[in-house]
Design a protein around this ligand. Structure first.
Ligand SMILES: [Mg+2]
Length: 388
């Protein structure tokens, strides 16, 4: 199996929503297709990749550094000799040649986007759904999970959505089959955020939980002020209260706030995660880690993160990746993560899971089609085909 060409493009993912830090009016996303000479059922194998929302398209880094290295690599350097199928871990290594350590940022997003496409192609060539291929290679449990807990991440600030709109949005998630939800905080004064929280809590049935997400907006004093106010509620978690790289601030908060804290979606490397483990003071029996493979160099780097976290007593159950897309769902099933984020109705067509796997009692099943399952989201598949 050889890579014949790699195509990439930039797609808009703009919307009128905003969180405490950014609006999404000019948001873009990189999309990549890995074309191969492998043929399955008469069709050439093509792997597709994109990255999660919230980071902009990485056109320059893909075009000038990451993709040429892979296209110029000899086939033997990126093929598994046992199966003859492309080895995504080897591709990752080649893509990172001549890159210095540290400075993980947009580069991690570019490599993560390619990584998704390569895993999709490898799984299709192997005739396996990605979660089963990942479990064979990295799994530590006898079997992968076949369904994963997901929660509806929404409750963005929206110019046309005061409390009535928030009520309608959350009610819609519950009707769709979600049990647990998350809303944004930190984009309005504390009193207004508390009204938003109480509005949602009034709607949630027994057994459903609410998480809140400040997107790293607060300084430590404000984060502590919110923590005191949030302590009145039994929240699922308090997410990204402070800057994601301010480990000491996390440690102080973890001493003060008894409920679960969540962070990690803006840590893009195993080195950053190691620092969080060492200096962030977070509690493996309680807190939640949200690193997102498509933003952080992909699956091989995620595996390195998990191996490091194990040294501090963290288990895959503590992980619940940001991003709400199919590769994160596949990873969650393969490793037995606690769950996976989901963005119903926003960031379409990228967000969400296969159309034949509805949310049932807060869980979503993994499709058994080969690859990531992008073909099971027809709007996404045709958009990627058109652009790539
Ligand atoms: Mg978040």
């Amino acid at each position: 199996m050889r890579i014949t060409k790699i195509t990439h493009s930039e797609a808009p993912i703009a919307s009128r929503i905003s969180n405490a830090v950014i609006d999404f009016s000019r948001m873009t996303v990189s999309v990549v297709a890995v074309h191969t000479d492998a043929v399955v059922d008469g069709e050439p194998v093509v792997g597709y990749g994109f990255h999660s929302n919230g980071r902009y398209a990485q056109t320059g880094i893909l075009a000038t550094r990451v993709l040429p290295r892979v296209e110029e690599a000899p086939a033997e350097a990126i093929t598994d000799p046992a199966t003859g199928i492309i080895d995504p871990v080897a591709v990752h290594r080649v893509a990172m040649a001549n890159e210095k350590p540290g400075g993980h940022g947009d580069r991690a997003v570019a490599v993560g986007t390619l990584d998704m496409a390569v895993w999709d192609a490898a799984a299709k060539a192997a005739g396996l759904p990605l979660f089963r291929l990942l479990h064979r290679r990295f799994g530590t449990t006898p079997e992968p999970e076949t369904a994963v807990w997901v929660y509806a991440a929404g409750g963005y600030y929206h110019p046309d959505k005061p409390l009535d709109g928030l009520r309608a949005e959350i009610g819609g998630y519950l009707e769709t089959g979600y049990r647990d939800v998350k809303i944004k905080i930190g984009g309005a004064p504390l009193a207004e955020d508390m009204r938003r929280i109480e509005t949602v809590l009034e709607l949630l049935p027994e057994g459903s939980r609410l998480a809140v997400d400040a997107n790293g907006r607060f300084d430590l004093a404000t984060a502590l002020e919110y923590a005191r106010a949030l302590s009145d509620y039994d929240l699922m978690w308090y997410e990204e209260p402070v800057d994601p790289l301010d480990y000491r601030a996390h440690a102080v908060l973890a001493e003060e706030y008894a409920g679960p804290l969540a962070t990690g979606e803006n840590l893009f490397s195993a080195a950053d995660v190691r620092n969080l483990r060492r200096y962030g003071g977070l509690r493996p029996h309680r807190d939640v880690l949200q690193m997102d493979p498509s933003l952080s160099y992909g699956v091989a780097e995620y595996d390195a993160m998990l191996r490091d976290l194990a040294l501090g007593g963290w288990s895959p159950r503590n992980c619940c990746p940001h991003g709400g897309n199919q590769i994160n769902l596949a990873l969650a099933a393969a490793y037995g993560f606690g769950g996976c984020e989901s963005y119903p109705q926003v960031f379409e067509p990228f967000g969400g899971f296969a159309e034949n796997t509805p949310i049932t009692d807060g869980r979503v099943a993994l499709p058994e089609a080969p690859g990531i399952g992008i073909e099971l989201k027809p709007a996404l598949h045709s958009m990627l085909r058109e652009r790539l």
